[in-house]
Design a protein around this ligand. Structure first.
Ligand code: SF4
Length: 415
């Protein structure tokens, strides 16, 4: 459980105004001194995250955040960082106190509610003042449970834990399935994995490992080969694989090498389906056909990784898109959080695979693109499209495949 990647953990965030006892609640909940606690308002500055296990829920990533009512130039920056955390949360714990409960608490609940996460309100400091009926009614109006605790006396902490376990255990951070719904037990899946200079020494990368694990979890068989050994591997087999999965960078080579009746896709497409919305990304990729000279495309990287000299998002993809369109297209890069970026100035957004973020955050990015009415696609789908093999790699996904044949103008109307 300790090796569960952060992006696959249930993300729980603790939110609230300054000095309502957010950090004390984390410490009381976990029985550990994770958060720095002081009576001084604003002790927690930047959001602090920690991987941990909660019995009954499993692996979680728990965030402690700064007070949402922080003020001043630095305070507002801290509030901005807290809002970034809201974009990736599956379960929000909103800490309030009866003595300080006001409209700011309600606005916070509404803001989290609008992001679609599950919410529990925790009314702290009941040793000083119990919440009155009016407060409880307003919270109940959102269909949100309210638990009452005192971190000082530990009253109500066990009940709060049970409520969190009950709600948290019902939320799955990994919907839909990676591959389980497109393979049958006993089937053979052939994985094509290039081991080039960019590959890490002595191991496979996380998405490859996760796909192998999912194949095994569904009682199918995984066979892995490098692209140079692909043809030899196929010849060795007494019957063809049910599915071939390859890295996007060799998609054209593999598409040309395998018989057309074998289902075929890429690691990137599997993750774009699990983490984002495959249909949205397939619709969005058709915008490439409508790009004109001088248009700007946003390359949306979810983390601030160190770019390689021949980086897929910054170098190869722009080159392939310019070659495919024959247009003089400009590319801009946003690495890490979106902050308050104005997306409306772009003609297309291309999201990375998002291996470092969770589904909640990728869906937030898709929502932001929709709000700006800008089509969004992802690296793997764009690469397959400009290499002319998108229909092939969508063969396991018939619904999304039909979108390839619709006129690009019709798809844009759907935004
Ligand atoms: S795919 Fe996205 S999240 Fe993963 S390393 Fe690349 S830029 Fe970062």
């Amino acid at each position: 459980m300790h090796t569960t990647p952060v992006s696959n953990r249930l993300h729980i965030g603790i939110f609230g105004k300054r000095n309502v006892g957010k950090s004390s609640f984390i410490n009381a909940l976990t029985g550990q001194n994770i958060a720095i606690v002081s009576d001084q308002p604003g002790t927690t500055t930047d959001p602090v995250g920690k991987s941990m296990e909660i019995a009954g829920i499993g692996p979680v990533y728990l965030y402690d955040t700064a007070g949402i009512d922080d003020s001043g130039e630095l305070g507002l920056k801290r509030v901005g960082k807290t809002k970034q955390v809201m974009n990736k949360i599956n379960l929000a714990l909103v800490i309030v106190t009866a003595e300080g409960f006001d409209e700011a608490d309600i606005r916070l609940v509404e803001e989290l509610h609008s992001r679609g996460c599950d919410i529990i309100v925790v009314c702290n400091k009941i040793d000083i003042l119990q919440p009155n009926g009016a407060i409880l009614e307003r919270i109940a109006g959102y269909g949100i449970p309210c638990v009452r605790v005192s971190c000082a006396t530990r009253e109500g902490i066990e009940e709060a834990k049970q409520t969190i376990i009950e709600r948290g255990s019902k939320i799955s951070p990994e919907q839909p399935s990676l591959i389980g719904d497109i393979i049958q037990p006993g089937e053979l899946v052939l994985l094509v994995v290039p081991i080039d200079l960019g590959a890490p020494k002595g191991r496979l990368i996380l998405p490859q490992v996760q796909v192998i694990r999912d194949i095994l979890d569904h009682n199918a068989v995984a066979l892995t080969a490098k692209e140079h050994e692909l043809l030899d591997s196929l010849k060795m087999l007494t019957h063809p694989p049910s599915l071939v999965i390859c890295d996007s960078q060799v998609v054209k080579k593999v598409a040309d090498a395998i018989p057309p009746d074998i289902k075929f896709t890429t690691f990137s497409i599997l993750f774009s389906r699990q983490k984002g919305d495959l249909a949205t990304f397939v619709r969005g990729v058709r915008q490439i056909d409508r790009l004109q000279d001088g248009d700007t495309v946003l390359i949306m990287e979810a983390c601030t990784h160190h770019p390689m000299p021949d980086d897929i998002g910054r170098v190869k993809l722009p080159r392939w898109i310019r070659q495919f369109t024959g247009r003089d297209i400009l590319f801009d890069v946003n690495a890490g959080p979106l902050l308050d970026k104005d997306l409306s100035t772009y003609r297309l957004i291309i999201a990375c695979g998002g291996c470092m973020i969770n589904r909640q955050e990728m869906l937030f990015r898709i929502k932001a693109a929709h709000a700006a009415r800008i089509p969004i696609t992802n690296y793997g789908i764009a690469i397959s499209y400009v290499h002319g093999v998108l229909q092939r790699v969508l063969s396991p996904f018939p619904h999304e495949r039909t979108l390839c044949n619709m006129p690009a103008a019709m798809l844009a109307v759907d935004l």
